[in-house]
Design a protein around this ligand. Structure first.
Ligand code: UN1
Length: 499
């Protein structure tokens, strides 16, 4: 598949690709692949106005009919899975298999949202007053702003928009300025779905392209009651307070510092495979990537050499090559951040294997790296920040409670896992005194969550939940209604208030 055929398959025209000031470079080779138009403040303002207008119409459409649009969108994604998966790979550098997986994640959330469109259940609540009924109902809330990162350039939009749309909202998407092409391609697929369904309000789903100022404008606009933002903790620190200051609602999915504990009874073969996928998959650029490993003393001598052996077989290279497991980092900045994290680890007593630049001769303008394993001193607690790169810090432990406490002693709280065949350890890890993360797994890794569960984490990860379970409630407003069908007017709490 070459990039021109991918553009054509996704309906991206010369006008989309060669019409602007934002140069899009592929991390695969550092070459410019397009120049897209960014939106001015006035255009963003117009887009928000259109989104508001579209919301006023869309909220009147019955939810199962709204689901029909998302069902057709899911089918468009099925039809274009290979092309969109390839564009994801070419624009953000993840391997094609993971590009396909990302599009599958979009299809899955569309399916979930379609079912949900007939299940936006409220509650009936017992009233303390005779002849009264209390209900809780969920209503559309308004335009939803979606800010997404380069590493999951399309799935994150879909988690948010598939739910937001069935919930009766319009959506405005500000993709990462590093990956606008995949966003434009998704907009094309949305437009195809809207045309097929017919009678869809103009501006129901829109993309606004630009740098941080475009995101800021969206975040500060009171016409957008919900902002769902995925990215770094630094970004969330700006978005969260700004949205709160205008009493908006934010759904934040920020950094992770995800750990796996490998206990003495673990199936080590499974653990090695899971750690490998978690630590080097997507070149360590998932928010769920495995960054810290706590290995029990009894098995350290077996697991860590097995892991190093597995690392030595990793094929780094062109993400579209079938045999490649690790593609490039997104850019030079990511490479530099990785190198300074490794320097810092060495200063703190870490023993580094790997981490050097790879394929520099073939790709002088791209940043491929050999994934790094860093054995750290037992009680080290210096790895407190997220470095978006394939670095796995390895610690030795003897006592599970101590390992859990070191695991939790970081500012982030997204994903975590334990490998054990001891039911008491597994239960403890997932209990109130275990992992403090939003995701706590047993015998699977930290990354690659299914869309059926609520996705997100605690502490500096931001507290938001997206995707499955009851995350849809984040895209609706709740109304509590008490209906009096008696001919009397008793007051709650037994208050007498008579003339
Ligand atoms: C992200 O990196 O922002 O659990 C999302 C996973 C994917 C989503 C990652 N389903 O790894």
């Amino acid at each position: 598949m070459n990039i021109e055929s991918v553009f054509t398959a996704l309906g991206l025209s010369e006008n989309d690709l060669n019409n602007g000031d934002l140069v899009v470079t592929s991390p695969v080779n550092g070459n410019a692949i397009a120049q897209v138009k960014t939106h001015s403040a006035a255009e963003v303002d117009t887009a928000i106005g259109k989104a508001k207008q579209a919301f006023e119409d869309w909220k009147n459409v019955p939810a199962p009919k709204r689901g029909e649009l998302v069902r057709v969108l899911g089918n468009k994604l099925r039809d274009h899975k290979e092309a969109l998966g390839a564009l994801v790979s070419m624009e953000c550098g993840k391997i094609y298999q993971e590009g396909l997986g990302e599009v599958q994640e979009m299809i899955d959330i569309c399916d979930l949202a379609v079912g949900l469109s007939r299940q936006l259940f409220g509650l009936t609540i017992a009233s303390e007053r005779p002849g009264h009924r209390m209900t809780e109902t969920w209503h559309p809330i308004g335009p939803v702003g979606i800010i997404s990162a380069f590493n999951f350039p399309v799935a994150v939009w879909c988690w948010n928009s598939a739910l937001a749309l069935v919930c009766g909202n319009s959506v405005i998407w500000k993709p990462s300025e590093k990956t606008p092409l995949t966003a434009l391609a998704c907009q094309k697929l949305f437009d195809l779905a809207a045309a097929e369904v017919g009678d869809i309000p103009d501006g129901l789903s829109q993309v606004i392209v630009g740098h941080a100022d475009v995101g800021e404008q969206l975040v500060n606009d009171t016409r957008v009651p919900v902002i769902s933002a995925t990215g770094s903790t630094a970004m969330g620190r700006k978005v969260g307070p700004a949205v709160a200051a205008r009493f908006g609602r934010s759904i934040l999915e920020l950094g992770g510092n995800n750990g796996i504990i490998v206990a003495p009874t673990a199936n080590l073969e499974m653990a090695v495979r899971a750690i490998l996928f978690g630590a080097v998959g997507t070149a360590g650029q998932r928010c769920t990537s495995t960054r810290r490993l706590f290995v029990h003393d009894d098995i350290y001598g077996e697991l860590v050499p097995a892991l190093k052996k597995a690392y030595s077989g990793i094929r780094v290279g062109d993400p579209m090559e079938q045999s490649t497991l690790v593609g490039p980092l997104i850019d030079k900045q990511a490479f530099d951040a990785m190198q300074s994290a490794l320097d810092m680890a060495m200063v703190n007593g870490g023993e580094v294997v790997g981490g050097s630049r790879a394929l520099e001769d073939t790709y002088p303008h791209a940043y491929y790296v050999n994934p790094a394993i860093v054995e750290m001193p037992e009680a080290d607690q210096t790895v407190q920040t997220e470095t978006f790169a394939p670095i796995l810090y390895v610690y030795r432990y003897t006592d599970l409670d101590r390992a859990i406490s070191l695991h939790n002693d970081v500012p982030q709280g997204l994903s975590s896992a334990i490998f054990t065949n001891d039911v008491r350890e597994a239960e403890k890890f997932t209990s109130a005194v275990g992992s403090d993360c939003g995701i706590a797994n047993v015998n699977i890794g930290t990354s690659g969550a299914e869309i059926g569960g609520a996705f997100g984490g605690e502490k500096e990860t931001g507290g938001g939940r997206e995707s499955g379970s009851d995350a849809w409630k984040g895209y609706m407003r709740r109304a509590t209604s008490t209906v009096n069908y008696s001919s009397d007017l008793p007051l709650a709490q037994g208050i007498e208030f008579n003339l």
